[in-house]
Write a protein that binds this ligand. Structure first.
Ligand SMILES: Nc1ncnc2c1ncn2[C@@H]1O[C@H](COP(=O)(O)OP(=O)(O)O)[C@@H](O)[C@H]1O
Ligand SMILES: O=C(CO)[C@@H](O)[C@H](O)COP(=O)(O)O
Length: 551
């Protein structure tokens, strides 16, 4: 496994005895991925994870009173995290590493990931405090007065609908904003969060000398000066022109005044942003030349951790389903997010979320397969690819991609039917879910290539028969990987790669390979080449019919 095994196994060397002399890189993660905590892994030159540790926000720092690492406010829309909690978590984890005998002198580079979209507001004068850190005191004691906002907006916040509409209006509509910045306006995206702070708390905004993302904030703690925002995480702000890699003046102007100087100049994600602050050299024994490679968002870091390459696609089959795509020529749309690629500055990545994932599969399993995954599998085995032309749409909750609710079934003549036999229902669900993924990925510019790999993760990736349908619909082999901690491991890989003039794939070629789980069945491409356009057309029909009235 390349993940933190579980909550309580933290702080461990994987193989006692050998660690003392290993030259290594550190990967940090300040996200809420799976468990809300700050995490670290150390990897050696062979890319083996030999140390891992974490600090759990709610359990280890109860004084901040968070649940899941956040405060949900009375309006149920505003969601924030205390900035000092993140800093104190870093203090604790560094002390734990020191106490366990971790040899910091062997760390030649580090990088990290942050939950995307969250923003940190450094008060005027904070840069002086950052550069003058005393090695005798923990960070949180020295930085406690450095922030103009103490509880920071995070990605779960959805309180900025008014600001989203203002931003879209300023650039000529949602599609124009998406073409420019990779996404239409989203409440959690940082530009809209900054606009809200400026509108509701102008004093705090004017007392702010620098605004960081969670990723660049964490990098700043290691640098002892402000770290620039990297292109990839910067793409989650509704502010960065993803093609030109510069801030959009129109978007900045629509959000708040003097924003460009508060954000600093964005940099390529593989940049070395500086050497570690002398604070860490003196307090923990890091080498003075230890490189800090730009931190990025947790999803971009996961893409690096999964070692996605051009043409590859990662499919997470969890409670909801998520797709990570590697894109060469993005076509931004009203759905999904396009980010600059974190490991190849010429390319892009995309994120698509499908809400009706495993919960929908579980419901159909309970209704049609006596609550048993093995019965469910038997139904997939006993039905043919293409399901005799029967197609289904299953969305018990309003989905994000596409915005459809309800169950809709069509026979081979495109006539709507009220029900399918049980086995047909199961295959219609799984084929439909994967055809939708392929269609929506292609809508963002994705193309299946001869070398395409599909990397499957999440609960349903344990089911071979589900993965077989995935391989057939995409016409590409499916591999399974453990991504329990892909953002952290990806950050350590990125630390290795940062500043080197070689492709990322070259640097990570020693990393463990994913396991092959399914290859396309003979004849699959003919079957699905015919079905995919039909599914897309029917989806439009259902969408048109179920679309909510415009507000
Ligand atoms: N053998 C299986 N076949 C299909 N789905 C499965 C199987 N085992 C578990 N799952 C599904 O995996 C889901 C959990 O996925 P997981 O990735 O662990 O969740 P999360 O998205 O919450 O991290 C469960 O809802 C369950 O329906
Ligand atoms: O909002 C998004 C992506 O757009 C989230 O994925 C955040 O990046 C943080 O989520 P975790 O993965 O850390 O829970």
């Amino acid at each position: 496994r390349d993940g933190l095994t579980d909550d309580r196994s933290a702080g461990l060397f994987r193989d006692m005895g050998e660690h003392v002399t290993r030259s290594c890189c550190l990967g940090w993660d300040f996200s809420t991925q799976r468990i809300p905590r700050v995490k670290v892994v150390a990897i050696d030159a062979e890319l083996n994870v030999f140390y891992e540790d974490s600090v759990h926000f709610d359990r280890d720092l109860p004084e901040f009173g968070t649940q899941g690492g956040v405060h949900v406010h009375k309006d149920r829309l505003t969601v924030t995290s205390p900035v000092l909690m993140w800093i104190q978590a870093l203090d604790i984890i560094l002390e734990k590493m020191k106490a366990s005998g971790f040899d910091f002198s062997q760390v030649f580079a580090l990088s990290g990931a942050g939950q995307q979209h969250g923003s940190i507001y450094w008060k005027t004068g904070a840069s002086l405090a950052l550069t003058a850190l005393s090695p005798d005191l923990p960070l949180h004691q020295q930085l406690k007065t450095c922030f103009s906002i103490s509880d920071c907006p995070v990605w779960m916040d959805s309180s900025t609908t008014a600001q989203c509409r203002q931003l879209e209006a300023a650039v000529g509509g949602a599609q124009s904003l998406s073409c420019l910045t990779g996404s239409r306006a989203y409440e959690r995206f940082t530009g809209n969060q900054i606009a809200k702070i400026y509108q509701q708390n102008p004093e705090a905004y004017s007392r702010t000398e620098r605004i960081s993302l969670v990723s660049s904030f964490a990098a700043s703690l290691f640098l002892g000066s402000y770290s620039p925002i990297d292109y990839s995480d910067g793409s989650g702000m509704n502010l960065l022109q993803i093609q030109d890699k510069v801030w959009s003046q129109t978007c900045l102007g629509a959000c708040a005044p003097h924003l460009e100087e508060k954000l600093g100049v964005p940099v390529p994600s593989c940049s070395v942003v500086g050497a570690i602050s002398s604070y860490y050299v003196q307090r923990y024994g890091f080498p003075p030349g230890c490189k800090v490679v730009a931190f990025t968002g947790d999803n971009p870091a996961s893409l690096a951790g999964m070692r996605l390459e051009e043409g590859d696609i990662a499919v997470s089959l969890g409670t909801s389903d998520t797709l990570f795509l590697w894109l060469q020529e993005p076509t931004p749309a009203l759905e999904g997010h396009i980010f600059c690629n974190p490991v190849d500055p010429q390319h892009y990545m995309a994120l698509l979320c499908f809400k009706n994932g495993s919960l929908m599969r579980e419901k159909i399993r309970n209704e049609c397969a006596s609550c048993s995954w093995s019965e469910f599998s038997k139904a997939l085995q006993s039905t043919e690819m293409g399901n005799g032309g029967n197609l289904g749409f299953y969305f018990d909750v309003m989905d994000i991609t596409p915005e459809i609710i309800g169950r809709h079934r069509f026979n081979a003549e495109n006539h709507e039917v009220p029900a399918f036999p049980r086995d047909v229902e199961i295959r219609a669900l799984i084929e439909g879910q994967f055809m939708a993924k392929r269609i929506h990925a292609e809508g963002l510019g994705y193309r299946v290539m001869p070398k395409t790999k599909i990397l499957a993760t999440g609960g349903a990736s344990h089911n071979r028969d589900i993965l077989q349908v995935l391989a057939d619909v995409f016409g590409a082999p499916v591999y399974v990987i453990d991504t329990a901690n892909s953002a952290c491991v990806g950050s350590a890989y990125r630390a290795f790669h940062g500043g080197k003039d070689v492709p990322f794939t070259e640097v990570v070629k020693l990393a463990p390979n994913p396991r092959l789980a399914a290859t396309p069945s003979p004849g699959a491409s003919q079957v699905y080449e015919a079905l995919l356009p039909r599914y897309a057309k029917l989806e439009q029909r259902v969408l048109f019919r179920t679309q909510r009235p415009l507000e």
